[in-house]
Design a protein. Sequence first.
Length: 135
Amino acid sequence: ICFFNFYKNFNSLIIILVFYLLFYLLPTIYIYLNYYKNSKNIKFKIDKFGITKNGILYKVENIKEIKFYMTSNKIKNSGLTYFSFECFYFAEINLLSSEKIIITNLFSSKIDDMLKYYFKDTPTTKVRTFYPIVK
């Protein structure tokens, strides 16, 4: 006995696939491409002296603050996620010279822990956002 009548349920299947594509898959692809564009051809080295970006050292003393842009579930370290893009986040490092360094989690899934470890005295803020896009 076949419980799925293909021709009768085809329209329902198309609606479900379109819904999945629009609300689940496309936002994730968009965020990934956004992060890739902002991370392409960049090399970082993070240590106790500061952040080296493509050979240029930004010393710890020159870092004003670090902001982490994350979804609510990422801030809470919740295992429950509703969307596939909730694992994406990025750090915005504001320098005293008004420059900004963006480090996405494509470099490391624990970039927040690394930055907090090396820059303990630097103020950090977690910014709650539904859709963590680098602008």
